[in-house]
Design a protein around this ligand. Structure first.
Ligand code: ARG
Length: 605
């Protein structure tokens, strides 16, 4: 029954919905697709590619297909003399559209077709979004159900600064997919199984002979509990032997050992949830142990497909391109990290029917993921192409370093807990608010909530703004600065826009219905264009799994707002009503970015 279940799993068929009304790039690509087809009717190879124009070019977007088309057709007796001629034909064959104001193509060079958008159309699109909501600008990835495996700490080890990235990165990816109307399973693959539990359980028995009475406070700091049991394990051969036997009894299902194990997991869980609560992160735990009942069957299924071989007493899968095989059954007969991950993948594909599975861990696990993904392909669980669905991705990231590692340690080996780090971020931002006299203006609750939004927001943003593949230095002073590309600066910019709107005393919802939004001045148009690039940016961040793209967008959005606002008066100007709408649209897009990054916006600062 089990095997046939696996067989019946066919590559998920999905309706690929590429419509996205808010996505300018996609809409232009559709136009150029038509143009491509009439220019070179037998073309099947070259797909339309539209990019934002570099600053030094005339135009807002450009189509870069002429070169590719040219190299495809040049051998045959082509009517075209070179790429510029192809570009010109693309231009001439472009269907008329109200979004386009003018198109041009230079007579030399690679034949780029430059598109200048209609300013009127741009204004209308923004006005539409104001009425219909920003959800109309959400991406539409070809996925129904995604599973994001993120955070995933190991039991009995306290969450420290190193856990920030897998938690924050995974959360923002989940948020972007949720915004895209994909159902997301937010999965916490906690390390709750393995040989370390032998020593933890034995140590627990020693300290608390009556396991029932053990409470969280009794165990106290789990990390030092772990450390003490580890040093006993290393120093005391009798204890070591007991611990090894304990593992066997635990894995054999002995109820007393199971109970002790469950207790330790529970205490850990309480610790983790404090961090998740502070960061407002939702996760559903299915730890490694969850997959135990399925492992033997899944390994059996791989075996029946002829994937598994014996090697030095272990059972392994040899994979092309790797010097070492993937061990799936250790020489002592036990299962390991890889067998669990293969089983979890099987479960996610077959039981949970996920069509996109995303794993967030640091780069040191890259080989592990590459290998078991490859094994899954070999087993026919996944399509050959790594871009086809159902699809798996490993989102790897570089490490967080303290500029001075000691700052993250209290005693010799005590890494600073993530909760304490977050508390410090909050208290530092509170101090900064008090220095600005906010304790006299606001209620204590407002002060506290703002300090939290700013403090936690700063920590998250500092983690997300850089390219995830490189590490970064954790630096409170830099992340809490109100200048430059920081959450503080961005939250402040948003609050300022809100205050402009508040001070006008106007009813924005009324204005949306009665006033025409215009983008007459260059700064208004530039701001408007950037707003309209929101949809394509989220799509890029979400499909390439690089959230820093969205951070960069958000930062330039506030810069563009500043350029607009430093030149143009809003309140009291003849263009007041239209400009208030532009302010409102900017605030809405900023808030959506904050939301996607897991940052709580503030409305006054
Ligand atoms: N618990 C692991 C660690 O701390 C991360 C688990 C990631 N997820 C997975 N399915 N392997 O390194």
């Amino acid at each position: 029954r089990f095997a046939s279940q696996i067989e019946s799993k066919s590559a998920a068929t999905m309706e690929v919905n590429q419509e996205c009304p808010g996505n300018l790039k996609r809409q232009l690509e559709k136009l150029f697709d038509a143009s491509l087809r009439s220019t070179v009717p037998d073309n099947t190879r070259v797909k339309p590619v539209v990019t934002t124009s570099p600053l030094d070019r005339s135009g807002d977007y450009q189509c870069n297909n002429a070169m590719g088309l040219w190299s495809m057709i040049k051998g045959k007796d082509s009517q075209f003399k070179g790429p510029p001629a192809v570009g010109e034909a693309l231009l001439n064959n472009l269907p008329a559209s109200e979004m386009v104001d003018s198109i041009s193509c230079s007579v030399t060079g690679p034949g780029f077709v430059n598109v200048v958008l209609s300013t009127k159309w741009m204004a209308k699109s923004i006005a539409n979004m104001l009425i219909e909501g920003i959800d109309t600008w959400a991406p539409t990835p070809p996925v129904k159900r995604a599973l994001v495996d993120f955070s995933s700490p190991n039991i009995a080890k306290e969450m420290h600064v190193g856990h920030l990235r897998p938690t924050v990165l995974g959360d923002t990816l989940a948020r972007m997919l949720e915004f895209s109307k994909v159902e997301v399973l937010r999965r916490n693959h906690v390390g709750d199984w393995g040989t370390q539990f032998g020593m933890l359980i034995e140590y627990l028995f020693e300290k608390f002979p009556d396991t029932d009475s053990v409470t969280e406070t009794a165990i106290g700091d789990l990390q030092s509990f772990y450390r003490k049991s580890k040093s006993k394990f290393d120093d005391d051969p009798d204890f070591k032997e007991k611990a090894q036997k304990a593992v066997v009894r635990l894995q054999g299902g002995d109820p007393i050992y199971r109970k002790a194990w469950a207790k330790i997991c529970e205490v850990s869980r309480t610790e983790f949830s404090k961090v998740y609560q502070r960061l407002q992160i939702e996760l559903e735990e299915k730890g490694e142990s969850f997959y135990n009942p399925y492992i033997a069957n899944v390994i059996g299924e791989l075996d029946s497909k002829g994937l598994i071989e014996e090697s030095e007493g272990a059972r392994v899968i040899f994979l092309q391109g790797f010097k070492i095989p993937l061990i799936v059954v250790k020489s002592d007969g036990g299962f390991n990290y890889a067998s669990t991950d293969l089983t979890a993948l099987w479960y996610r594909l077959n039981e949970e029917k996920a069509d996109w599975i995303i794993y967030v861990t640091d780069f040191s696990q890259k080989q592990h993921f590459d290998m078991f993904f490859k094994a899954a392909r070999k087993a026919g669980w996944l399509p050959e192409s790594d871009k086809a669905y159902p699809r798996v991705d490993h989102v790897d990231f570089g490490l967080v370093n303290g500029e001075d590692r000691k700052r993250f340690r209290t005693r010799a080996s005590d890494v600073v807990r993530l909760v304490d780090l977050l508390d410090e971020a909050k208290s530092r931002s509170k101090t900064a608010l008090i220095e600005r006299g906010k304790d006299k203006e606001w209620t204590p609750e407002e002060l506290d909530q703002t300090a939290e939004a700013v403090g936690y927001g700063a920590v998250k943003y500092a983690d997300l703004k850089g390219n995830r593949t490189t590490g970064y230095t954790f630096d409170f002073d830099a992340m809490l600065s109100d200048k430059g590309n920081t959450a503080v600066y961005l939250l402040y910019a948003h609050a300022r826009i809100c205050s402009i709107i508040r001070k006008s005393g106007k009813d924005i919802d009324e204005l949306k219905k009665t006033v025409e939004l215009v983008l007459d001045h260059p700064e208004e148009r530039a701001l408007g264009l950037h707003l309209l690039r929101f949809a394509e940016t989220v799509e890029e961040a979400c499909t390439t799994l690089f959230p820093n793209v969205l951070c960069l967008y958000l930062y330039s959005l506030s810069e563009r707002f500043t350029s607009f606002y430093s030149i143009h008066q809003v309140n009291g100007s003849p263009e007041e009503a239209s400009r208030l709408l532009l302010c409102e649209a900017t605030a809405i897009v900023m808030r959506k970015c904050f939301h996607l990054l897991g940052i709580t916006p503030v409305y006054k600062m």
